[in-house]
Design a binder for this molecule. Structure first.
Ligand code: G3H
Ligand code: 13P
Ligand code: NA
Ligand code: ZN
Length: 328
């Protein structure tokens, strides 16, 4: 059955587990997530970015979720808009059956310019009020995702020294978080602790200076009843980099968020853990492997089935690591 983010994360907080939120763009990813959830009895958060909605189409996405819910009636499914950038994106998602929306007001609607606190507060409060009228949940974001190694925020294009932000400008301020949650009424708060989207998060295994888990502990101490969200939470496992590179890929060495750091976050109020890159890499590695090992193959299913299997295994590992397994 479909449930809201609020319902799911309240249960997760009560029992002390975290829930991975996997991005979806197509049927194979949906099947992989639900097969994994069903195999280990876990509730799921499926999220679609604006790009996913454009890629698959709202009707296709929405009917796909209907199909998954019908195929796996025992699994609670939260359907979430990832990085909504304005009121219209969030409201149209809800109209298409999403039970939860992220209003990311940390950036302006162009997703390229960091927003002022007042802008973020105002637009998030408005979306929160509207979504709650119709029973949907809301995730807000405070702080800027980006690298503590380089000072580059995701909103910047990386050019010019004036684009570099200090640690304090990137990381979520705990006192501001208290004000933001009280004034917006969001159900969950995404925070910035030094992670970024994509595969290239850290140039070395992250330590406390570049992955600031202490920020999460400080925020949780001030907001013990607020569900926290970690974006950019792919672990970018070495094995997945190796598969891609063994079969003709050219990914430079990189480091993601270690699973034990995420588990530490879950012990301090993190309830939703966003993962897209790991799933992409699991699938892409299999596409490359089949292309190299079976150069005569041209049936898409022969590429997609191993890719789906690899993503299913990855999802299951995350359900088990975050304590989601066995709670559905
Ligand atoms: O926020 C980033 C997610 O990985 C979604 O990425 O916008 O390319 O679909 P996307
Ligand atoms: P990754 O790129 O680390 O998978 O993060 C995904 C994410 O935060 C989606 O909102
Ligand atoms: Na999100
Ligand atoms: Zn994100």
């Amino acid at each position: 059955a479909r449930i809201t983010l609020r319902q799911l994360l309240d249960h997760a907080a009560e029992r002390g587990y975290g829930v991975p939120a996997f991005n979806i763009n197509n049927m194979e990813q949906g099947l992989a997530i639900l097969e994994a959830a069903s195999a280990c009895d876990a509730p799921v958060i499926i999220q679609a970015s604006r790009g996913a909605r454009t890629y698959a189409g709202d009707i296709m996405l929405s009917k796909m979720i209907d199909a998954l819910v019908e195929m796996y009636p025992e699994i609670p499914v939260c359907m979430h808009q990832d990085h909504g950038n304005d009121e219209a994106t969030c409201m149209t998602a809800i109209r298409h059956g999403f039970t939860s929306v992220m209003m990311d007001g940390s950036l302006m609607a162009d997703a390229k310019t960091p927003a002022s606190y007042e802008y973020n507060l105002d637009i998030t409060e408005r979306v929160s009020r509207m979504a709650h009228w119709v029973g949907a949940s809301v995730e807000g974001e405070l702080g800027v995702l980006g690298s503590l190694e380089t000072g580059e925020s995701e909103a910047e294009d990386g050019h010019g020294a004036e684009g570099k932000l200090s640690h304090d400008q990137l990381l979520t301020d705990p006192d501001q978080a208290v004000d933001f949650v009280a004034r917006t009424g969001v159900d969950a708060l995404a925070i910035a602790c030094g992670t970024s989207h994509g595969a290239y998060k850290f140039t070395r295994k992250p330590t406390g200076d570049i992955l600031a888990m202490r920020v999460i502990e400080e925020i949780h101490a001030k907001l013990p009843n607020t569900h926290l969200v970690m974006h950019g939470s792919s672990s970018v496992p070495q094995e997945l980099q190796d598969v891609i590179n063994r079969f003709g890929g050219e990914m430079p060495q990189t480091f993601g968020v270690p699973l034990d750091e995420i588990v530490r976050g879950i012990q301090h109020g993190v309830r939703k853990v966003n993962i897209d890159t790991d799933c992409r890499m699991a699938m892409a590695g299999q596409f490359r492997r089949i292309a190299v090992e079976k150069p005569g193959e041209f049936d898409p299913r022969k590429f997609l089935k191993p890719a789906m299997d690899a993503m299913r295994n990855l999802c299951r590992e995350r359900f088990e690591a975050f304590g989601t397994a066995g709670t559905a």
